[in-house]
Write a protein that binds this ligand. Structure first.
Ligand code: MN
Length: 737
């Protein structure tokens, strides 16, 4: 324990305060330093006597946050004051009213936002989502709330050392989950990569240290390589009298780690450990021309990969990023990414929107990008019907996706998440256009509505007044706007379909001379294994239950006979299946209905369920066992004991349940497990026996054991699960012995 020297501490506080003011000076106007002084004094007094976990005086934290706002984002007085006061209302006796009295409405609103979101992760997931939504609502009023919050989070990450390990995990995970993507979306690249690296450092310390060491070892060779790579470029740039800085930029530890994980390769095989960046000093009006001039110089020496050319100068990213990227081949055959940009662009890339404000007088920047983004956030927030959790899911989805640019026929640019389809584009134009969309013309060619947009596509949406949204659409739209509009449409539609289905059923039952009354409907409901009559009408209305099905219902009579039937010797399951079909005899073992008289069991090796094609096998001691032709034991049984095989089929939908194991593979996302279990237990009322889930490197692998009634039921479940966003494949897995 070190004795605390209060006087030295006070001197340190003053030193740090002066430094903050010095750094802020270029931004300050008339009265600003007085206001900052007042905020500083308020915070100092409010936090006096409190210390951080590290033992430091608490005031060091708000001061550090204010300094990050100044030095690393380039924010001004309002943000400095807000940063200094950001924990005052939350942690001390001070109220928002008092802040408003002393610092005005604007500051009070920002502090209020910051206070509200600070408890974001304390109360379980739905609370977290709801608070996150609030945070964004506040954000749309004043973006500084989120910038200060990000600075606050960054400082907490930088000082994570003094936290207990479990807290480190929690804070680091939140950071990678929400704050780093948010920083990315706002164009704060430096924030994003530092947060990611810190995340790795605290959650995988061994991996992190190992990588840092390896990067360091490779440094010398790398520097040599970069030197010889840029030499001819430098010479040429000098000849053309350009002002520039050129440097090799190492990739972040986290991004290298990510790449190793994604491509499943060792460190030694990650070739792009760095990028070469050329930063030019040119007047704004010449930016584009000079950048391309430099591109031309670079590609004079090295051959570019045409697939890797990225022109974010002509079309900046939605977060404001501007740069010209190319990947070229060095003399030794290694690919090297070269980034060409101006000082202004570099500033924006590192500091995000704050830098935009600095350059806002200048018309060539896309200053409206921020407004565009905020209006999108607003759009999402205004859709109240989607639950808060869903909202965060969607929002995160939008954050993580890259973007794709497409144009309207009039040349208006639309920015959509990568993977967006023509239908997303239609909804982006207008909900009505989306709802009536029947297809599109992309670059003059007709494409279906699920066409995935490519950069630069020109899209003309084709509509028809007859068109209606259907459930299938949800599988290939990616924007949250399209999703929620389609869901809205479906809800209304479902009611219509139920009415229609009811009408159809009345008509058809009359045709079959069956009285259409409640009793009949209930029998139908049971026969088709549906949870309620509403669903029966709905499925009829949708044509999922048709004439053929109704005829089956009409002809359905429980029956039972058994005869054993010798079979020829067959060695594999496939040809056996054919043989079974060929057997002309009507003597079939009917199973599943009032079969108590016959001693049969369902084989454990292949778990047949009603609806499966099956055969019976007469055992010596356990009566007849029912197997599937695809059963791993089938070939052996048939080859050696063909004469004991009995043709069998299911008598009807049996109301008892059978245990089935389903394997679900998909990409992991928040809420996925919830969605899957919701469908199983809520929507289809299926009983789950067990569920094991494995998520690794973004892949979700689950095995669910559940009780279901028959294959029809299983198919319905499978198709529903396959529609869950993120789910890639659902298959019935052989149960493990
Ligand atoms: Mn704080």
């Amino acid at each position: 324990m070190i004795a605390i020297d209060v006087e030295e501490e006070n001197r340190e506080i003053v030193r740090r305060y002066r430094q903050l003011l010095r750094h802020a000076k270029p931004f300050l106007k008339d009265n600003d330093s007085k206001l900052i002084r007042k905020a500083f004094n308020t915070a100092l007094e409010a936090h006096s006597g409190t210390r951080r976990k590290s033992g430091e005086p608490y005031i060091f934290h708000p001061m550090a946050v204010a300094k990050i706002c100044v030095d690393e984002i380039g924010l001004g007085t309002t943000s400095i004051i807000s940063a200094l006061l950001h924990d005052v209302v939350e942690d001390t006796e001070w109220t928002i009213k008092e802040i408003e009295r002393d610092f005005g409405k604007k500051i009070a609103r920002i502090i209020d936002g910051l206070t509200k979101i600070s408890g974001v992760f304390e109360h379980g997931s739905s609370q977290q989502a709801e608070n996150f939504r609030k945070m964004l609502l506040t954000l749309s009023e004043d973006v500084r709330v989120i910038l200060v919050k990000l600075a606050d989070r960054l400082h907490n990450m930088r000082t994570l050392d003094s936290m207990p390990v479990n807290k480190q995990y929690k804070i680091a995970s939140e950071t990678i989950f929400l704050y780093a993507p948010l920083a990315h979306r706002l164009g704060l690249y430096a924030f994003k990569s530092e947060m990611e690296d810190l995340y790795l450092r605290y959650t995988e310390p061994q991996v992190f240290e190992d990588l840092v060491r390896k990067i360091d070892v490779a440094k010398e060779t790398r520097n040599k390589f970069i030197k010889s790579f840029i030499r001819p470029i430098q010479r040429s740039l000098n000849e053309q009298k350009l002002n520039y800085v050129i440097k090799g930029r190492p990739k972040s530890v986290y991004s290298i780690w990510n790449k190793m994980k994604k491509q499943n390769i060792p460190f030694e095989e990650v070739y792009d450990l760095f990028a070469v960046r050329i930063i030019l000093d040119v007047p704004v009006e010449n930016e584009k021309a000079v950048c391309w001039q430099v591109y031309s110089i670079v590609t004079d020496f090295y051959k570019p990969n045409p697939d890797r050319l990225r022109d974010w100068i002509s079309t900046p990213k939605a977060n404001g990023y501007e740069s010209l990227h190319t990947t070229v081949m060095a003399k030794n055959g290694q690919w090297v990414e070269v980034q060409i940009r101006t000082h202004r662009m570099d500033d924006i890339a590192e500091k995000g929107y704050a830098a935009h404000w600095k350059y806002k007088d200048n018309e060539t920047t896309s200053a409206s990008g921020l407004e565009q983004w905020i209006s999108k956030v607003r759009d999402m927030l205004e859709q109240n019907d989607s639950s808060a959790l869903e909202f965060v899911d969607d929002f995160r989805g939008n954050l993580f996706n890259d973007e794709v640019f497409a144009f309207t026929p009039k040349g208006e640019l639309k920015t959509l998440p990568r993977g967006a389809t023509a239908l997303d584009f239609a909804f982006e134009i207008h909900s009505e256009v989306g709802a009536k969309c029947i297809g599109a013309k992309v670059n003059q060619k007709l494409v279906p509505i699920n066409y995935a947009l490519k950069n630069g596509d020109q899209v003309e949406i084709l509509t028809s007044t007859k068109q209606k949204a259907n459930e299938d659409w949800l599988r290939f739209v990616v924007t949250s706007k399209a999703k929620s509009r389609i869901k809205e449409g479906l809800k209304e539609d479902k009611k219509h379909i139920v009415d229609e289905g009811k009408e159809i059923l009345y008509r058809k039952l009359k045709h079959f001379k069956i009285e259409p009354n409640n009793d009949t409907f209930d029998k139908l409901r049971a026969y088709f294994n549906l949870p309620n009559q509403f669903e029966l009408f709905y499925q009829t209305g949708k044509g999922l239950i048709d004439n053929k099905d109704l005829r089956r219902f009409k002809d359905f009579k429980p029956a039972s006979t058994i005869k054993s039937k010798p079979s020829t010797r067959i060695s594999d399951a496939k040809s056996f299946e054919k043989e079974i079909v060929k057997v002309k005899s009507d003597d079939v073992l009917l199973i599943g209905e009032d079969m108590d008289v016959i001693d049969y069991k369902l084989a454990k090796c292949c778990n047949p369920i009603p609806g499966d094609s099956v055969f019976g096998f007469v055992t010596v001691t356990e009566g007849i066992k029912i197997h599937r032709p695809s059963c791993p034991n089938a070939p052996e049984l048939l080859a050696n004991h063909g004469h004991r095989v009995v043709k069998a089929k299911w008598a009807s939908q049996h109301m008892s349940s059978f245990l089935v194991s389903l394997k679900i593979i998909g990409t992991d996302r928040v809420g996925l497990i919830n969605d899957v279990t919701m469908i199983i237990s809520e929507e289809l009322k299926v009983n789950m026996r067990s569920m094991s889930i494995d998520t690794d490197t973004g892949i979700f692998e689950g095995e669910i054991m559940l009780y279901i009634n028959d294959t029809r039921h299983l198919d319905l479940l499978t198709s529903k699960l396959e529609k869950v966003e993120g789910v890639v494949k659902v298959s019935r897995s052989e149960p493990k012995e």
